[in-house]
Design a protein around this ligand. Sequence first.
Ligand code: SF4
Length: 316
Amino acid sequence: MARSNFTNDFSWSKSRHDKFQECPRAYYFYYYRSWGGWEARAEPEVRELYVLKKLSNRYSWAGSVVHDAIRDVLLDWRAGRAVDGTKVEEQALQLMRDDFRYSQGKGFWTQKYRKAFSGLVEHEYGEQVTNEEWRQNADTVRTALRWFFDSRWPELARGLKPDQWLEVDAGASFSTFTLDGVKVFAIPDFAYVEADGTPVVVDWKTGKVRDGYDEQVLGYSLYLSQRYGLPLEKVRASLVYLNEGQEQHVRVDVEAMEGFKARFTESVARMRELLADPATNTPRDASAFPPTEDSTACARCVFRRPCGREAAAKEV
Ligand code: SF4
């Protein structure tokens, strides 16, 4: 197999920042040491980290099934196609059954499956999850999709004219912008322009209502403003909690944006301090990325075995 021409360029995203905050060692494994693990000639350690980093937990898996289903529904409506909500729900649950079987057999070590799902950390580490807990996870998907189809969003989306649609989960190769010379990933779930010209960016959530998501949608707002040349102060950002049936509007104004940019600058500076060569995004030695002291983070971590924390994680 030919060597890949990809280069591991430095970029920033809210999820990268979160990983860095939670555990510098996990950040190192995820963004540096696992690089190239897809290649046939990869060292076994690199290969292992690469397979592990692609695993989800059951909550993010449920969230991703819901996001993908809603993305496909919106794309159908955008193209003028009819959608049957019951079928969407059945297909999502069937997909979960297939995913579960693949993951339970740990197929991720030997076979490719589907791009958006590579297996579950619960199966890899033999975590004790009851059938009832798995059922609840499927219920999260069912409830979220049912709420979505009964909400104001289907009518709103079907009523948009072609030039009112901006984006539907366009993916990492499309949804980026540059801030202070750094490539920033910001992939909104849904973005459109209201009839009065107000740009709206929407983020679907399957978890409980909680603080801490503002930063993510502020990034989406900056992205939208840059990509489409829209005035930033006009953008309206919405967090839609599908399982709680609630919507939250996030203030996008000069003060909020200044706060976002200041935190972004600090985050980038701290990440760059750990580079031996910022020009090539080459990290310092692993010892510069200390493991966290927080064992609850280890208990959730996909890297707990190569990190030597598997036994400790079981005691949490
Ligand atoms: S097991 Fe714990 S210390 Fe090790 S990478 Fe994961 S979170 Fe960090």
